[in-house]
Design a protein around this ligand. Structure first.
Ligand code: ZN
Length: 195
């Protein structure tokens, strides 16, 4: 009994998730789709079960993500946004109705920020006006419906901008459950939430 308990503890210690710290080399591997298996936390796609969306921009790709590790899912306004990982809501904004490709809109993006148990944070951006269903301090389960997509803030078209920072404020890539298994996402592909 004791032995198996110790074994359990030991295997937890050796397999407990650590947040990915990506080097430039690893990011270039990511863009080529050639990433090695790792033990970082696995996220749900940030929308409702059964729905699927086109990933327009991914890590370090495209126009506005050149120096950024983030994901843009094209979505018609009002699409359901769900928590990608369990955590506590640390910030929300839902009072804006303004958006476009102009610097004046930079601070106008409605959003939800969720802090995870390892101190990392996920940002869900460009939500529609009054499109936030959670409050600061709420604990949200993975997959919980938390809001509705929109086109507020610095945004060229209706979409969800999803971005994760580790506890030190470093922008990081995350893995997701998909129909093709647990993977890092690539732009130009449709992804369906299956969890
Ligand atoms: Zn974006």
């Amino acid at each position: 009994m004791m032995k198996s308990f110790l074994f359990l503890v030991a295997s937890f210690v050796f397999t407990s998730p650590s947040v990915a710290q990506l080097t430039d080399r690893e990011i270039s591997d990511l863009k080529g789709g050639g990433v090695k298996p790792d033990n970082s936390p696995v996220y749900y796609l940030p929308f409702s079960k059964g729905s699927k969306f086109l990933l327009i921009q991914a890590y370090n790709s495209g126009m506005s993500h050149r120096n950024e590790i983030s994901l843009d899912f094209k979505m018609k306004p009002g699409s359901k946004i769900c928590a990608a990982r369990v955590g506590i809501v640390s910030a929300v904004k839902e009072d804006s109705d303004a958006g476009g490709l102009n610097n004046e809109y930079l601070s106008q993006g409605n959003h939800i920020i969720i802090t995870h148990s390892d101190g990392s944070t996920a940002m869900y951006w460009h939500l529609k006006k009054d499109g936030v269903l959670v409050n600061e301090g709420d604990t949200v389960e993975q997959g919980r419906h938390i809001g509705y997509s929109g086109n507020t803030g610095y945004s060229a078209f209706p979409h969800l901008h999803f971005q994760v920072y580790d506890k030190d404020g470093k922008n990081i890539a995350t893995r997701f459950y998909t129909k093709k298994g647990i993977i890092y996402l690539r732009p130009g592909k449709w992804y369906k939430q299956i969890q």
